[in-house]
Design a protein around this ligand. Structure first.
Ligand SMILES: CC(C)(COP(=O)(O)OP(=O)(O)OC[C@H]1O[C@@H](n2cnc3c(N)ncnc32)[C@H](O)[C@@H]1OP(=O)(O)O)[C@@H](O)C(=O)NCCC(=O)NCCS
Length: 234
């Protein structure tokens, strides 16, 4: 699963992954960025993107009807529906909470030739030998220690942690304050709820949703919802 070694380098178009050690993933200074999803989570991602300050944030797109007044109050530009990305030369990050929906929108954008960028709030920390794939969003206080694998479009919300040797599959999500302990594996599209934790060495299956505050003490299979302490499928 580990790709060949490659030094830290800017995350340009076509980059499949990069390895970072003790620093945030590099991005192309001044590259243009669009945030896909203009709801509350979109504004959270915008906070991180603005604090990150390495991109020129063009604005946000959304197929729904976001609160444009809230966006205008902070000087953010609503660019329109997703399809504006078809002709817009810009990187994107997805401010979409659900991993499955994130994957569908990602596939659409890739089919239009767009490239996912990486947004990491300056207070997010990365240990040694962390593999990052396109689309990573790390909000304020997210912490990743060493030898962690972050799949495509992984989202690390506020104060979420992933400890040594953790693997987060493509489109996996750690909600605010979620803690994934050493050597645990979180499957593709799975979500760990706010303030939930996953004990060391366990596996959470693809698409599984761990409820807020749960403590995972046994492996969980794919496609289930598990809540409580200890976390049990319901
Ligand atoms: C687990 C979860 C997905 C279930 O959502 P849901 O399917 O809409 O569930 P409901 O609210 O209908 O609740 C169904 C039952 O599960 C219980 N339940 C729901 N979430 C629970 C949780 N986190 N822990 C314990 N019990 C929970 C409810 O009390 C209810 O029990 P009852 O049938 O005895 O009354 C959701 O409650 C949750 O925890 N989401 C994570 C929230 C989060 O992390 N938000 C951060 C966003 S950035």
């Amino acid at each position: 699963m580990t790709p060949p070694p490659e030094a830290n380098r800017p995350f340009g178009p076509g980059a499949q992954w990069l390895r970072v050690s003790g620093q945030r993933p590099e991005v192309e200074e001044g590259a243009r960025l669009v945030i896909v999803g203009a709801g509350g989570h979109g504004r959270d991602v915008l906070d991180a993107a603005e604090a990150d300050a390495r991109y020129e944030v063009l604005g946000l797109v959304d197929d729904g009807t976001p609160d444009r007044a809230l966006l205008e109050r902070r000087g953010a530009t609503f660019l329109g529906p997703l399809r504006v990305m078809e002709d817009l030369e810009a990187f994107y990050v997805l401010a979409i909470g659900a991993g499955g929906a994130r994957q569908l929108v990602d596939q659409q954008l890739v089919s239009w030739g767009r490239h996912a960028g990486v947004v990491a709030h300056p207070s997010a920390t990365f240990g040694a030998d962390v593999i990052v794939h396109p689309g990573l969003v790390a909000l304020a206080g997210a912490r990743v220690t060493n030898h962690v694998w972050l799949g495509r479009n992984v989202h690390l919300n506020l104060n979420a942690t992933a400890a040594h040797d953790v693997q987060l599959g493509d489109y996996a999500t750690l909600n605010p304050g979620a803690n994934v302990n050493g050597n645990a594996t979180i499957g593709r599209g799975a979500t760990i709820g706010s303030n939930a934790s996953v004990n060391q060495g366990l596996a959470v299956g693809a698409g599984t949703y761990v409820g807020a505050g749960a403590v995972v003490v046994r492996d969980l299979g794919p496609g289930i919802t598990a809540v409580g302490i200890p976390a049990r499928p319901r």
